[in-house]
Design a binder for this molecule. Structure first.
Ligand code: B12
Length: 167
């Protein structure tokens, strides 16, 4: 199913590196038109509108920008894993989105980075985790599939254990 047919408008993707993480190469590889591994990034797709917020974005700012952009999906990168910063930041982010949005209206929450356990979606409160070597087309395929099969109860199934982020 195409995005145009299912949504009748572009799919809005907001991306960022959150916390103190300044490693933008990974999220840029997925989002920027230049792409990665011979594939164009999501900006290349006419059916996807990309808002790339860059590095060191604070969670409240990410939530605010995602709301302002009417984001369908929020893509977060976490490369630094010292003191489990990627875990803490991701659970804080997912909790903040659930708090800010009505149940069932939370955007798709997608996180990526080289050291995530891709099976830990429930623990982190996100819809999908992508790891090392992810290509833009894998992410695009996932987004199209997930958007076309969103279940109304999706946003309420995830309740991670939240810990404070230490910047
Ligand atoms: C380049 C780099 C930097 C650059 C970053 C420049 C930039 N604009 O990004 C600079 C010099 C700024 C930097 C700084 C630091 N770095 Co550095 N850096 C690297 C390095 C060499 C390469 C990272 C990279 O670009 N990889 C290439 C990209 C394409 O791969 P990727 O990030 O894994 O992304 C892919 C996937 O993971 C996935 N993905 C990633 N994010 C997302 C998000 C979504 C939504 C999706 C779907 C997919 C996805 O898709 C991408 C494409 O396949 C690595 C070592 C290494 N060889 O990996 C260290 C490394 C990441 N850095 C490290 C460290 C410690 C630091 C510093 C703390 C060093 C210091 N003491 O100052 C600082 C931290 C700065 C900060 N505040 O974040 C450590 C991290 C250790 C850890 N695990 O916590 C590493 C691993 C080096 C090491 N071996 O110690 N770094």
């Amino acid at each position: 199913m195409s995005i145009k047919k299912s949504l009748r408008r572009p799919l809005v993707v907001v991306g960022a590196c959150i916390g103190t993480d300044a490693h933008t190469v990974g999220i840029d590889a997925i989002l920027n038109i230049k792409g990665f591994a011979g594939e164009k990034g999501l900006e290349y797709y006419s059916e996807i509108q990309v808002v790339n917020l860059g590095a060191q974005v604070l969670v409240p700012d990410l939530v605010e920008k995602a709301r302002a952009a009417h984001a369908d999906a929020v893509l977060v990168s976490q490369v630094v894993t010292q003191r489990d910063a990627h875990i803490h930041n991701t659970t804080t982010m997912s909790a903040a989105f659930r708090e800010a949005y009505p149940s069932g209206k939370v955007p798709l929450l997608v996180v990526g980075g080289p050291r995530f356990d891709e099976s830990a979606t429930d623990e982190l409160g996100v819809d999908r985790i992508f790891g090392r070597g992810t290509t833009p087309s894998e992410v695009a395929s996932y987004l199209v599939h997930a958007m076309s099969s969103r279940a109304p109860q999706r946003a309420s199934k995830r309740q991670p254990k939240v810990k404070e982020v230490k910047p």
